[in-house]
Design a protein around this ligand. Structure first.
Ligand SMILES: Cc1cc2nc3c(=O)[nH]c(=O)nc-3n(C[C@H](O)[C@H](O)[C@H](O)COP(=O)(O)O)c2cc1C
Length: 181
């Protein structure tokens, strides 16, 4: 079945390591016949969640009027959602986390999706990414009631400057993961 893929690219570096991994994932997915769209969060103006709870009382409308409205629409229409971002201080970078918090407004929309994580980081091994694996699993687990799925994750280890990930096994893994959708 043809799937719709939405990649949320969290790094401000559009040709950075996480973004390049996302491109490999997309290349694989497109070769397998799926549709893919990538959004650079750095191009979007998204305010932090206010925690006001209005969205929980009014059917999922956030009181903030910003670019998140466009992202909600794209999330709604996607079968597969990919979080591609750099690890900052053992967790999501700020732009990525801001969007994840705002998705609180549309929790029911996240119930039957498949989620992937493509994360870049300077650290050399998975040992440094345990917090990230935990965060990813627990985040999507918040919407598990409807049966969403963990598709998988890839870390671009030991990457610092944009492009460091090129030629590493992380790029191959990202491609293969997209291809296997
Ligand atoms: C503020 C900041 C915090 C960072 N914290 C971590 C970290 O905790 N773990 C890690 O492996 N790399 C860390 N890094 C390195 C980046 O994750 C790494 O350079 C990554 O390849 C950047 O991905 P990008 O090219 O997609 O932006 C940090 C970088 C910055 C700027």
């Amino acid at each position: 079945m043809k799937k719709k893929l939405l990649v949320l690219a969290g790094s401000a570096r559009k040709r950075g390591n996480s973004s390049l991994m996302a491109d490999e994932f997309i290349r694989g997915a497109k070769e397998a016949g799926h549709d893919a769209e990538k959004i650079y969060l750095t191009d979007k103006s998204v305010g932090g969640c206010l925690g006001c709870g209005a969205c929980q009382r009014n059917g999922g409308q956030c009181v903030q009027k910003d670019d998140m409205n466009e992202i909600y629409e794209k999330v709604k229409n996607a079968d597969v959602i990919v979080f591609a971002f750099p690890v900052y201080f053992y967790t999501w970078n700020g732009q990525m986390k801001t969007v994840l918090d705002r998705l609180y407004a549309v929790e029911p929309l996240l119930k039957d999706k498949t989620f992937y994580m493509l994360a870049s980081g300077q650290a050399p091994t998975e040992e440094y990414m345990t917090t990230m694996i935990d965060s990813f699993r627990r985040y999507i687990g918040c919407f598990r009631a409807g049966g969403n799925t963990e598709g998988g994750f890839v870390f671009g280890y030991g990457t610092d400057k944009p492009g460091d990930v090129v030629g590493t096994s992380a790029m191959e893994k990202a491609y293969e993961m997209g291809r296997a959708l």
